[in-house]
Design a protein around this ligand. Structure first.
Ligand code: VG1
Ligand code: CO
Length: 547
């Protein structure tokens, strides 16, 4: 075999963010850029000879080229076998599923998730470990350190491996196995949920619309929702993965999934809206859940799933515990309390849930950013959440909206919203954070209208399993009644800075639970602006995206 050692100079900017390394496509196309990072991964992982790796991505622009480079580098770095999704496709949760099922060493996932794709868009890469989950910080830190010092990478000279049909190919001493990207995942879903009950509900006229946003979930949704569950053809929209996501922004929220929102709010056609709507993101790990004329916040979705978990066969024995990211609302905490199970609060990013799941401390995990999942894999899982909801609906037989109203009546409502200010100049965003940080010290005990500040801090987390400490995870202002304002800078963007403002208030009175969230939160929104001078400093009158 023809192994080349290619000299390279390190890059200074290959620090993985909230979820892997994300950069503009053009940056990844810089000579040696991708190779440099991949070699850093191989150096840190130190794979025992003959190990098996999983490789796939969300199908975005540059996916196919990157797959070929990584295959050639894997062969040169002593990997024994690589399982590649056909066409280079594997959703993030499906990759996690395959790593676990075949007990692989780990996997490389090519995705920039919800970030736009295409030649002018973003590309991304991350490493997942043998538990199927994103590498923890100690590994990503090591990869970053290695990327800044390595002087060469190893690659074999060989023609492209054909990846468009299932089959096995040799690449030097390494075997490349092209696998069906959907089969293992669909089988796992069938084992967790009551497909018969969902099928019966759909046969009875229940209508659903799933928007794959021209991203990776198209083939998964066609197979599972239409073929296996019998939803009529056309229930899945935008189901063909495209390298540029059809020019869209594959982020399943009320702004970017506008087509689905129009359908679910009945403004798209004269026919009544479907009973249930959902969307997923670029790499298939996020989900948005909608009822007819109704939006379920991701924080509430986690709480409802937890409260109804035993309706799904895979969770009939109950859940061990719940974990949520710090900015996620405390709705799930209330359910955990009632169930008598622990609820953990972690920093943002799925990598912080892995240890808790591996240790059997939690079954369900969630983030306010449209991420929900469980210990069935080690990633958040969009279609899993959709199937969980369908399972609950098939058993409870009432509209989505009514499920939420009853949930709030029982537990109280954690009124919640996130305001994103995207593409701010870095110095402005840093200035706003500095302003809040500076005021943090003397906020305790201060009154703002009806609210009194209990404490203000910069969230840090000590992992209860391995003791590792993560600091600087978001500035939170917590009030006496549990209401909160959180400021955080995004770690997934590639342009300027995105500032996220998270707002949460608790409403126990059922008579006031149905007030619009932005109205309920108006006082907190004003306090956030007063403390941060956000509007004045950013020159923005309103957020880019409100969730
Ligand atoms: C965002 C979300 C976070 C999520 C991360 C990766 O990170 O807030 O909850 O885990 O994206 O999701 P940030 O740092 O931009 O706030 V995905 O679907 O992009 O893998
Ligand atoms: Co994603």
């Amino acid at each position: 075999m023809n192994i080349h050692t290619v000299a390279t100079t390190p890059f200074a900017d290959q620090k993985p963010g909230t979820s892997g390394l994300r950069k503009k496509v053009a940056v990844f196309q810089t000579p040696h850029y991708l190779e440099n990072f991949v070699q850093a991964v191989f150096d840190c992982v130190a794979a025992p000879p003959g190990s098996t790796l999983v490789l796939g991505g969300d199908g975005r622009y540059y996916n196919r080229e990157a797959i070929q480079v990584i295959l050639r580098m894997a062969a040169a770095n002593g990997i024994g076998r690589v399982l590649v999704g056909q066409g280079g496709i594997l959703s993030t949760p499906a990759a996690s599923c395959v790593i676990r099922k075949y007990q692989c060493l780990g996997g490389i996932i090519l995705s920039a998730s919800h970030n736009p794709g295409g030649p002018a868009g973003d590309f991304g890469i991350k490493y997942n470990t043998g538990n199927g989950g994103p590498a923890p910080e100690k590994i990503t830190d090591a990869i970053y350190a290695r990327s800044r010092e390595l002087g060469s990478y190893r690659i074999v000279a060989a023609p492209d491996v054909p990846i468009d049909r299932p089959g096995t190919h040799a690449l030097g001493a390494m075997q490349v196995e092209v696998i069906d990207p959907v089969a293992d995942y669909a089988e796992l879903m069938e084992a967790l949920f009551d497909f018969a009950a969902i099928r019966e509900m759909l046969a009875g006229g229940f209508r659903l619309c799933f928007d794959a946003m021209h991203a990776v979930t198209g083939p998964y949704a066609h197979e599972i929702l239409e073929r296996r569950l019998g939803a009529p053809a056309g229930s899945v929209i935008n189901g063909v993965p495209l390298a540029d996501f059809g020019g869209g922004h594959p982020d399943p929220n009320l702004t970017y999934a506008g087509q689905l929102v129009a359908i679910m709010y009945g403004t798209a056609t004269a026919t009544p809206a479907p009973d249930f709507g959902a969307a997923s993101d670029g790499d298939g790990d996020r989900n948005m859940i909608l009822g007819r004329n109704f939006f379920v916040t991701p924080s509430d979705s986690l709480a409802v799933i937890a409260a109804n978990a035993t309706l799904a066969p895979g969770y009939a024995q109950g859940i061990a515990g719940i974990a949520r990211s710090m900015p996620t609302s405390a709705a799930a905490d209330r359910v955990a309390e009632k169930l008598g199970v622990p609820c953990y609060e972690t920093p943002t990013g799925w990598k912080f849930f892995g240890n808790l799941m591996d240790a059997g401390k939690v079954t369900l995990c969630g983030e306010e950013s449209f991420g929900t999942g469980s210990s069935h894999v080690r990633e958040k899982d969009g279609l899993w959440a959709v199937l969980f909801w369908l399972n609950i609906l098939a058993r409870r037989r009432m509209p989505v909206e009514e499920i939420l109203h009853r949930h709030w009546a029982e537990y109280g409502r954690n009124v919640y919203s996130r305001h994103d200010y995207e593409g701010l100049p870095l110095d402005i965003a840093n200035g706003i954070m500095a302003q809040v940080r500076e005021r943090c010290g003397d906020l305790s005990g201060r009154r703002f209208g009806d609210y009194t500040v209990k404490f203000c801090d910069d969230f840090s987390y000590t992992d209860p399993i391995d003791g590792s400490l993560s600091t600087g995870q978001g500035l939170r202002i917590v009030f006496d009644d549990g209401s909160r304002i959180v400021f955080r800078l995004s770690g997934t963007g590639t342009e300027g800075a995105t500032l996220r403002l998270y707002l949460e208030a608790y409403e126990a009175d059922p008579a006031r639970q149905q007030v619009d969230a932005q109205l309920s939160l108006a006082a907190l929104i004003a306090i956030a602006d007063e403390i941060s001078q956000l509007r004045q400093r950013s020159g923005r009158e309103r957020p880019t995206v409100i969730t």
